[in-house]
Design a protein around this ligand. Structure first.
Ligand code: GTP
Ligand code: MG
Length: 222
């Protein structure tokens, strides 16, 4: 009877997603990296397919929920968007422990953000679960003319750190979905390895429960 506009529709969908208990797995993911590299923008592009060129620096931490279908499983993603500013470090590192996967971002037009990747990787090692998976993301790939970090440097650093690597653009929607889906897939691969007799992360008291699933679901064929 009443007409519903697009923004109402998408809000309703977001609320449904957040409340939805019908999923096979829940993964907590964290996006980290220097301020202004585009963490919030990447998340908004992925979750809402929106982008704004205005910079509103994140205060503390925030999250969005999105459910994806991978290998016939419903995977509910709780994606935490952290503030890159140093002054929030104590708050944000408190969230590392529960995360199964990280997107570690830098900006291809900003050398400092790339130099900081090593420090962010050390933070992950210090505060997170040992088996947490990490993807290195060089964002703002649309700004080719302003590029200061060659893609090869990003790839080399990712290889050294044992991370997968993507360049992406939240603005032009390049590799955004791919980055998140790859992270979900590497977490799933790690889970099935563990189930198949590898040392179980469940026995690792530093970390969260590996299978954060509803009580009636068990096993992993993810
Ligand atoms: P903090 O919350 O302070 O940690 O920053 P952030 O990493 O969340 O950065 P944010 O997403 O707020 O983006 C910072 C600025 O970069 C904004 O002005 C965005 O519009 C811009 N930006 C983000 N992603 C891209 C991109 O892919 N390309 C271009 N050209 N600009 C981008
Ligand atoms: Mg932000």
């Amino acid at each position: 009877k009443t007409s519903v506009n697009d923004s109402n529709l998408s809000q309703t969908q977001a609320q449904k997603d957040a409340a939805d208990q019908n999923f096979d797995y829940m993964f907590k993911l964290l996006i980290i990296g220097n301020s202004s590299v585009g963490k919030t923008s990447l998340l908004f592009r992925y979750a809402d397919d929106s982008f704004t060129s205005a910079f509103v620096s994140t205060v503390g931490i925030d999250f969005k929920v999105k459910t994806v279908y991978r290998n016939e499983k419903r995977v509910k993603l709780q994606i935490w968007d952290t503030a890159g500013q140093e002054r929030y470090r104590t708050i944000t590192t408190a969230y590392y422990r529960g995360a199964m996967g990280f997107l570690l971002m830098y900006d291809i037009t900003n050398q400092d953000s790339f130099y900081a990747v090593q420090d962010w990787a050390t933070q992950i090692k210090t505060y997170s679960w040992d088996n947490a998976q990490v993807i290195l993301v060089g964002n703002k790939a649309d700004l080719e003319d302003d590029r200061l970090v060659p893609a090869e440097d990003g790839q080399r650093l990712a290889d050294e750190l044992g991370f997968q690597f993507f360049e992406a653009s939240a603005k032009d929607n390049i590799n955004v979905k791919q980055v998140f889906e790859r992270l979900v897939d590497v977490i799933c691969e790690k889970m099935s390895e563990s189930v198949n007799g590898e040392p179980s992360p469940l026995a690792n008291h530093k970390g969260p429960s590996l299978q954060d699933t509803p009580p009636d679901k068990g096993g992993c064929s993810c």
